[in-house]
Write a protein that binds this ligand. Structure first.
Ligand code: GN1
Ligand code: MG
Length: 384
Protein backbone atom coordinates (compact mmCIF):
# COMPACT_ATOMS: atom_id res chain seq x y z
CA UNK A 1 0.00 0.00 0.00
CA UNK A 2 1.33 3.37 -0.99
CA UNK A 3 0.88 6.24 1.44
CA UNK A 4 -0.60 9.43 0.12
CA UNK A 5 1.69 12.31 0.76
CA UNK A 6 0.06 15.72 0.92
CA UNK A 7 0.44 17.17 -2.61
CA UNK A 8 2.02 20.46 -3.58
CA UNK A 9 0.56 22.19 -6.63
CA UNK A 10 1.79 24.87 -9.02
CA UNK A 11 -0.20 28.10 -9.08
CA UNK A 12 -1.17 30.73 -11.70
CA UNK A 13 0.79 33.98 -12.05
CA UNK A 14 -2.05 35.82 -10.33
CA UNK A 15 -2.00 33.55 -7.29
CA UNK A 16 1.78 33.76 -7.21
CA UNK A 17 1.56 37.51 -6.97
CA UNK A 18 -0.97 37.23 -4.11
CA UNK A 19 1.37 34.86 -2.26
CA UNK A 20 4.30 37.25 -2.62
CA UNK A 21 2.14 40.25 -1.67
CA UNK A 22 0.91 38.53 1.51
CA UNK A 23 4.32 37.07 2.36
CA UNK A 24 5.93 40.48 2.13
CA UNK A 25 3.71 41.74 4.90
CA UNK A 26 5.23 39.30 7.37
CA UNK A 27 8.58 39.61 9.12
CA UNK A 28 10.34 37.19 6.78
CA UNK A 29 13.95 37.75 5.80
CA UNK A 30 15.06 37.80 2.16
CA UNK A 31 13.47 37.81 -1.29
CA UNK A 32 10.41 35.90 -2.35
CA UNK A 33 11.48 33.25 -4.90
CA UNK A 34 8.76 30.60 -5.13
CA UNK A 35 5.15 29.91 -4.21
CA UNK A 36 2.99 26.76 -4.34
CA UNK A 37 -0.39 25.69 -3.12
CA UNK A 38 -0.65 22.93 -0.54
CA UNK A 39 -3.77 20.96 -1.35
CA UNK A 40 -4.67 19.65 2.03
CA UNK A 41 -7.60 20.23 4.29
CA UNK A 42 -11.21 20.89 3.37
CA UNK A 43 -11.46 24.36 4.84
CA UNK A 44 -8.61 26.89 4.62
CA UNK A 45 -6.47 27.90 1.65
CA UNK A 46 -2.80 27.11 2.22
CA UNK A 47 0.33 28.16 0.33
CA UNK A 48 4.02 27.52 0.74
CA UNK A 49 6.34 30.48 0.09
CA UNK A 50 10.09 30.23 -0.36
CA UNK A 51 12.41 33.14 0.49
CA UNK A 52 16.12 33.51 -0.21
CA UNK A 53 18.23 35.43 2.26
CA UNK A 54 21.26 37.53 1.18
CA UNK A 55 23.63 34.63 1.98
CA UNK A 56 21.75 32.42 -0.51
CA UNK A 57 20.01 30.25 2.09
CA UNK A 58 16.40 29.36 1.27
CA UNK A 59 13.67 29.15 3.88
CA UNK A 60 10.08 28.03 3.46
CA UNK A 61 6.98 29.40 5.14
CA UNK A 62 3.29 28.51 5.28
CA UNK A 63 0.81 31.24 4.43
CA UNK A 64 -2.78 30.50 5.18
CA UNK A 65 -6.05 32.31 4.68
CA UNK A 66 -8.66 31.53 7.31
CA UNK A 67 -11.99 30.44 5.84
CA UNK A 68 -14.45 32.91 7.30
CA UNK A 69 -17.46 30.97 6.15
CA UNK A 70 -16.42 28.33 8.69
CA UNK A 71 -14.58 30.44 11.26
CA UNK A 72 -16.96 33.34 11.83
CA UNK A 73 -14.60 34.92 14.36
CA UNK A 74 -11.14 34.60 12.73
CA UNK A 75 -9.49 36.87 15.28
CA UNK A 76 -10.70 34.64 18.10
CA UNK A 77 -9.16 31.72 16.20
CA UNK A 78 -5.89 33.65 16.06
CA UNK A 79 -6.04 34.43 19.79
CA UNK A 80 -6.47 30.71 20.54
CA UNK A 81 -3.64 29.70 18.21
CA UNK A 82 -1.34 32.38 19.68
CA UNK A 83 -2.14 31.32 23.22
CA UNK A 84 -1.45 27.65 22.52
CA UNK A 85 1.72 28.09 20.42
CA UNK A 86 3.15 30.51 23.01
CA UNK A 87 2.41 28.09 25.82
CA UNK A 88 3.86 25.06 24.03
CA UNK A 89 6.99 26.87 22.84
CA UNK A 90 7.65 28.21 26.32
CA UNK A 91 7.41 24.72 27.77
CA UNK A 92 9.53 23.11 25.07
CA UNK A 93 12.14 25.86 25.44
CA UNK A 94 12.38 25.25 29.18
CA UNK A 95 13.29 21.64 28.54
CA UNK A 96 15.26 21.78 25.30
CA UNK A 97 16.62 25.38 25.30
CA UNK A 98 16.13 25.46 21.54
CA UNK A 99 13.01 24.98 19.41
CA UNK A 100 15.16 23.78 16.49
CA UNK A 101 12.41 24.59 13.96
CA UNK A 102 10.47 21.63 15.34
CA UNK A 103 7.48 23.43 16.81
CA UNK A 104 4.86 25.60 15.19
CA UNK A 105 5.67 29.32 15.28
CA UNK A 106 3.65 32.27 14.10
CA UNK A 107 5.52 35.10 12.36
CA UNK A 108 4.56 38.67 13.17
CA UNK A 109 3.02 40.72 10.39
CA UNK A 110 3.54 44.36 9.58
CA UNK A 111 2.16 46.28 12.55
CA UNK A 112 3.22 43.62 15.03
CA UNK A 113 0.16 41.39 15.08
CA UNK A 114 0.29 37.74 14.11
CA UNK A 115 -2.03 38.21 11.17
CA UNK A 116 -2.50 40.57 8.24
CA UNK A 117 -5.46 41.44 6.08
CA UNK A 118 -5.37 40.27 2.46
CA UNK A 119 -5.94 42.46 -0.63
CA UNK A 120 -9.56 41.26 -0.89
CA UNK A 121 -10.08 41.17 2.85
CA UNK A 122 -9.58 37.92 4.70
CA UNK A 123 -7.25 37.13 7.57
CA UNK A 124 -3.88 35.58 6.78
CA UNK A 125 -1.20 34.16 9.05
CA UNK A 126 2.30 32.86 8.51
CA UNK A 127 3.94 29.80 10.09
CA UNK A 128 7.39 28.31 9.81
CA UNK A 129 7.50 25.31 7.46
CA UNK A 130 8.82 22.32 9.38
CA UNK A 131 11.63 20.97 7.22
CA UNK A 132 12.46 17.30 6.70
CA UNK A 133 8.91 16.22 7.53
CA UNK A 134 5.88 14.93 5.69
CA UNK A 135 2.23 14.47 6.41
CA UNK A 136 0.38 11.32 5.40
CA UNK A 137 -3.28 10.86 4.53
CA UNK A 138 -2.94 7.12 5.06
CA UNK A 139 -0.69 5.48 7.64
CA UNK A 140 1.72 2.95 6.16
CA UNK A 141 3.05 1.23 9.28
CA UNK A 142 2.37 0.79 12.99
CA UNK A 143 5.39 2.91 13.89
CA UNK A 144 3.79 5.96 12.29
CA UNK A 145 0.49 5.19 14.04
CA UNK A 146 2.23 4.85 17.40
CA UNK A 147 4.18 8.06 16.87
CA UNK A 148 1.17 10.08 15.77
CA UNK A 149 -0.87 8.98 18.78
CA UNK A 150 1.98 9.73 21.13
CA UNK A 151 2.30 13.19 19.56
CA UNK A 152 -1.37 14.00 20.05
CA UNK A 153 -1.20 12.67 23.61
CA UNK A 154 1.86 14.86 24.25
CA UNK A 155 0.05 17.82 22.77
CA UNK A 156 -2.83 17.30 25.19
CA UNK A 157 -0.32 16.89 27.97
CA UNK A 158 1.50 20.13 27.07
CA UNK A 159 -1.73 22.12 27.18
CA UNK A 160 -3.18 20.27 30.17
CA UNK A 161 -2.16 23.12 32.49
CA UNK A 162 -3.87 25.74 30.35
CA UNK A 163 -7.29 26.47 31.69
CA UNK A 164 -10.02 25.75 29.10
CA UNK A 165 -11.47 29.17 29.98
CA UNK A 166 -8.44 30.84 28.43
CA UNK A 167 -9.65 29.70 25.05
CA UNK A 168 -12.72 30.74 23.16
CA UNK A 169 -15.13 28.21 21.69
CA UNK A 170 -14.61 29.40 18.12
CA UNK A 171 -17.10 26.97 16.57
CA UNK A 172 -19.81 26.37 19.17
CA UNK A 173 -20.91 22.74 19.54
CA UNK A 174 -18.20 21.62 17.15
CA UNK A 175 -18.24 18.05 18.46
CA UNK A 176 -21.77 18.00 19.78
CA UNK A 177 -22.84 14.85 17.95
CA UNK A 178 -26.55 15.06 18.91
CA UNK A 179 -26.62 18.61 17.46
CA UNK A 180 -24.92 17.39 14.29
CA UNK A 181 -27.56 14.66 14.09
CA UNK A 182 -30.37 17.16 14.66
CA UNK A 183 -29.02 19.41 11.93
CA UNK A 184 -29.01 16.49 9.49
CA UNK A 185 -32.66 15.83 10.33
CA UNK A 186 -33.53 19.48 9.74
CA UNK A 187 -31.78 19.63 6.39
CA UNK A 188 -33.31 16.29 5.39
CA UNK A 189 -36.79 17.59 6.22
CA UNK A 190 -36.46 20.44 3.72
CA UNK A 191 -34.19 18.53 1.32
CA UNK A 192 -33.09 21.74 -0.46
CA UNK A 193 -31.34 19.99 -3.37
CA UNK A 194 -33.73 17.08 -3.77
CA UNK A 195 -30.96 14.62 -2.95
CA UNK A 196 -32.51 12.77 -0.02
CA UNK A 197 -34.17 10.04 -2.11
CA UNK A 198 -30.75 9.01 -3.47
CA UNK A 199 -29.21 8.59 0.00
CA UNK A 200 -31.94 6.68 1.82
CA UNK A 201 -29.62 3.83 2.79
CA UNK A 202 -27.00 6.13 4.33
CA UNK A 203 -29.68 8.21 6.02
CA UNK A 204 -31.30 5.16 7.62
CA UNK A 205 -27.93 3.79 8.72
CA UNK A 206 -27.40 7.01 10.65
CA UNK A 207 -30.93 7.05 12.08
CA UNK A 208 -30.41 3.53 13.46
CA UNK A 209 -27.49 4.86 15.48
CA UNK A 210 -29.13 7.96 16.97
CA UNK A 211 -28.94 6.27 20.38
CA UNK A 212 -25.16 6.50 20.58
CA UNK A 213 -24.82 10.16 19.60
CA UNK A 214 -25.21 11.51 23.15
CA UNK A 215 -23.09 9.00 25.07
CA UNK A 216 -19.96 11.12 25.60
CA UNK A 217 -21.88 14.30 26.35
CA UNK A 218 -23.91 12.34 28.89
CA UNK A 219 -20.74 11.08 30.60
CA UNK A 220 -19.50 14.66 30.62
CA UNK A 221 -22.76 15.94 32.13
CA UNK A 222 -22.46 13.29 34.86
CA UNK A 223 -18.97 14.57 35.66
CA UNK A 224 -17.30 11.34 34.58
CA UNK A 225 -15.16 12.83 31.84
CA UNK A 226 -13.79 16.38 32.08
CA UNK A 227 -13.51 19.32 29.72
CA UNK A 228 -9.92 19.86 28.67
CA UNK A 229 -8.03 21.93 26.13
CA UNK A 230 -8.20 19.75 23.06
CA UNK A 231 -7.08 19.92 19.43
CA UNK A 232 -10.40 18.87 17.87
CA UNK A 233 -9.04 18.07 14.42
CA UNK A 234 -6.61 15.22 15.01
CA UNK A 235 -6.63 13.79 11.51
CA UNK A 236 -3.55 11.77 10.81
CA UNK A 237 -2.43 14.39 8.27
CA UNK A 238 -2.28 16.99 11.01
CA UNK A 239 0.90 15.53 12.44
CA UNK A 240 4.30 16.14 10.84
CA UNK A 241 6.32 12.93 10.55
CA UNK A 242 10.10 12.99 10.08
CA UNK A 243 10.76 11.64 6.58
CA UNK A 244 13.81 9.66 7.64
CA UNK A 245 12.98 8.33 11.08
CA UNK A 246 9.15 8.15 10.94
CA UNK A 247 9.14 10.01 14.25
CA UNK A 248 6.32 12.44 14.87
CA UNK A 249 7.77 15.91 15.22
CA UNK A 250 4.91 18.31 15.67
CA UNK A 251 1.15 18.62 15.65
CA UNK A 252 -0.25 21.22 13.23
CA UNK A 253 -3.59 22.85 12.31
CA UNK A 254 -4.43 24.46 15.62
CA UNK A 255 -7.50 26.36 14.40
CA UNK A 256 -9.98 24.29 16.34
CA UNK A 257 -8.01 24.16 19.59
CA UNK A 258 -10.78 24.80 22.11
CA UNK A 259 -12.27 23.43 25.28
CA UNK A 260 -13.39 19.89 24.44
CA UNK A 261 -13.25 16.18 25.28
CA UNK A 262 -9.99 14.23 24.91
CA UNK A 263 -11.93 11.30 23.55
CA UNK A 264 -12.94 13.16 20.43
CA UNK A 265 -9.25 13.72 19.72
CA UNK A 266 -8.37 10.08 20.11
CA UNK A 267 -11.46 9.11 18.12
CA UNK A 268 -10.57 11.27 15.14
CA UNK A 269 -7.11 9.79 15.04
CA UNK A 270 -8.61 6.30 15.12
CA UNK A 271 -10.92 7.31 12.26
CA UNK A 272 -8.10 8.51 10.03
CA UNK A 273 -5.22 6.23 11.00
CA UNK A 274 -6.70 2.76 11.11
CA UNK A 275 -8.16 2.57 7.61
CA UNK A 276 -5.92 2.00 4.58
CA UNK A 277 -8.49 3.78 2.41
CA UNK A 278 -8.56 7.50 1.82
CA UNK A 279 -11.46 9.50 3.17
CA UNK A 280 -13.03 9.76 -0.30
CA UNK A 281 -12.29 6.22 -1.54
CA UNK A 282 -15.11 4.91 -3.74
CA UNK A 283 -14.21 1.21 -3.42
CA UNK A 284 -15.68 0.53 -0.01
CA UNK A 285 -14.08 -2.92 0.21
CA UNK A 286 -10.84 -1.07 0.93
CA UNK A 287 -12.23 0.51 4.11
CA UNK A 288 -10.99 -1.39 7.14
CA UNK A 289 -10.31 -0.96 10.83
CA UNK A 290 -6.82 -2.43 10.99
CA UNK A 291 -6.39 -3.88 14.47
CA UNK A 292 -2.56 -3.55 14.52
CA UNK A 293 -2.89 0.17 13.76
CA UNK A 294 -5.48 0.58 16.50
CA UNK A 295 -3.22 -1.20 18.96
CA UNK A 296 -0.31 1.06 18.02
CA UNK A 297 -2.54 4.11 18.52
CA UNK A 298 -3.62 2.98 21.98
CA UNK A 299 -0.04 2.28 23.01
CA UNK A 300 1.25 5.61 21.69
CA UNK A 301 -1.59 7.57 23.24
CA UNK A 302 -1.37 5.89 26.62
CA UNK A 303 2.41 6.34 26.64
CA UNK A 304 1.96 10.11 26.65
CA UNK A 305 -1.54 10.65 28.07
CA UNK A 306 -1.98 8.02 30.76
CA UNK A 307 -1.00 10.44 33.53
CA UNK A 308 -4.01 12.64 32.99
CA UNK A 309 -6.76 10.56 31.39
CA UNK A 310 -9.12 8.53 33.54
CA UNK A 311 -10.35 4.92 33.35
CA UNK A 312 -13.71 5.88 31.88
CA UNK A 313 -11.91 7.65 29.06
CA UNK A 314 -9.78 4.54 28.48
CA UNK A 315 -12.92 2.39 28.37
CA UNK A 316 -14.33 4.64 25.64
CA UNK A 317 -11.32 4.92 23.33
CA UNK A 318 -12.78 2.47 20.81
CA UNK A 319 -16.26 3.93 21.17
CA UNK A 320 -14.92 7.44 20.52
CA UNK A 321 -13.53 6.27 17.18
CA UNK A 322 -16.92 4.89 16.20
CA UNK A 323 -18.73 8.00 17.38
CA UNK A 324 -16.56 10.56 15.65
CA UNK A 325 -16.59 8.52 12.45
CA UNK A 326 -20.38 8.56 12.60
CA UNK A 327 -20.29 12.30 13.37
CA UNK A 328 -18.09 13.12 10.37
CA UNK A 329 -20.29 10.86 8.22
CA UNK A 330 -23.30 12.88 9.42
CA UNK A 331 -21.52 16.14 8.57
CA UNK A 332 -20.56 14.99 5.06
CA UNK A 333 -24.12 13.81 4.39
CA UNK A 334 -25.59 17.06 5.72
CA UNK A 335 -23.30 19.05 3.45
CA UNK A 336 -24.21 16.85 0.50
CA UNK A 337 -27.92 17.45 1.13
CA UNK A 338 -27.32 21.18 1.48
CA UNK A 339 -25.50 21.35 -1.84
CA UNK A 340 -21.83 21.20 -0.74
CA UNK A 341 -21.60 24.54 0.99
CA UNK A 342 -19.14 23.76 3.82
CA UNK A 343 -16.39 21.32 2.82
CA UNK A 344 -14.36 22.01 -0.31
CA UNK A 345 -15.31 19.45 -2.95
CA UNK A 346 -13.33 18.46 -6.05
CA UNK A 347 -15.80 16.26 -7.91
CA UNK A 348 -19.49 15.47 -8.15
CA UNK A 349 -20.90 13.60 -5.14
CA UNK A 350 -17.60 14.12 -3.33
CA UNK A 351 -19.27 14.62 0.03
CA UNK A 352 -21.45 11.56 -0.51
CA UNK A 353 -18.37 9.44 -1.29
CA UNK A 354 -16.75 10.75 1.88
CA UNK A 355 -19.88 9.98 3.89
CA UNK A 356 -19.94 6.41 2.58
CA UNK A 357 -16.38 5.64 3.67
CA UNK A 358 -17.21 6.92 7.14
CA UNK A 359 -20.30 4.77 7.52
CA UNK A 360 -18.40 1.75 6.24
CA UNK A 361 -15.72 2.37 8.85
CA UNK A 362 -18.38 2.64 11.57
CA UNK A 363 -19.44 -0.92 10.62
CA UNK A 364 -15.86 -2.17 10.66
CA UNK A 365 -15.37 -0.69 14.14
CA UNK A 366 -18.64 -2.19 15.41
CA UNK A 367 -17.47 -5.63 14.26
CA UNK A 368 -14.35 -5.39 16.41
CA UNK A 369 -15.37 -3.05 19.19
CA UNK A 370 -15.34 -5.61 21.97
CA UNK A 371 -11.79 -6.73 21.25
CA UNK A 372 -10.75 -3.08 20.91
CA UNK A 373 -12.09 -2.20 24.35
CA UNK A 374 -10.35 -5.20 25.90
CA UNK A 375 -7.04 -4.22 24.35
CA UNK A 376 -7.22 -0.64 25.70
CA UNK A 377 -7.96 -1.94 29.22
CA UNK A 378 -5.05 -4.35 29.00
CA UNK A 379 -2.60 -1.61 27.98
CA UNK A 380 -3.96 0.65 30.71
CA UNK A 381 -3.31 -2.01 33.35
CA UNK A 382 0.26 -2.33 32.11
CA UNK A 383 0.86 1.42 32.41
CA UNK A 384 -0.34 1.74 35.99
C1 GN1 B 1 -12.11 19.54 8.16
O1 GN1 B 1 -9.84 21.16 6.82
P1 GN1 B 1 -9.52 19.95 7.60
O2 GN1 B 1 -9.37 18.79 6.66
O3 GN1 B 1 -8.38 20.13 8.54
C2 GN1 B 1 -13.00 19.82 9.37
C3 GN1 B 1 -12.86 18.70 10.38
C4 GN1 B 1 -13.22 17.37 9.75
C5 GN1 B 1 -12.37 17.15 8.51
C6 GN1 B 1 -12.82 15.92 7.79
C7 GN1 B 1 -13.04 23.28 10.87
O4 GN1 B 1 -10.77 19.60 8.55
O5 GN1 B 1 -13.73 18.93 11.47
O6 GN1 B 1 -13.01 16.32 10.65
O7 GN1 B 1 -12.44 18.27 7.61
N1 GN1 B 1 -12.62 21.09 9.99
C8 GN1 B 1 -13.55 22.02 10.28
O8 GN1 B 1 -11.80 15.43 6.98
O9 GN1 B 1 -14.75 21.85 10.08
MG1 MG C 1 -8.37 21.44 10.12
Amino acid sequence: MVPTITPIKNVTAEVLSTISHIGNQFAIQGEFVEGHEIESGHINTTYMATYESPDGARHRYILQRINQNVFKKPLAVMRNVECVTRHINWKVLRVKKDLGGQTLNLYPGRGGRFWVEGPNGGIWRCYNYIEGCQTFDVVENTRQAYQAARAFGSFQDLVSDLSPEELEETIPDFHNTPRRYQRLMEVASTDPRGRLASVREEFEFIQQREGITGVLLQLHAEGKIPTRVTHNDTKINNVMIDSETDEAVCVIDLDTVMPGLSLYDFGDLLRTATSPAEEDETDLSKVQMRMPMYEALVEGYLDSASDFINDIEVDHLAFSGKLITLEIGIRFLTDYLEGDVYFKTHREHHNLDRCRTQLELVKRIEDQEEAMVKFARKVRRGRK
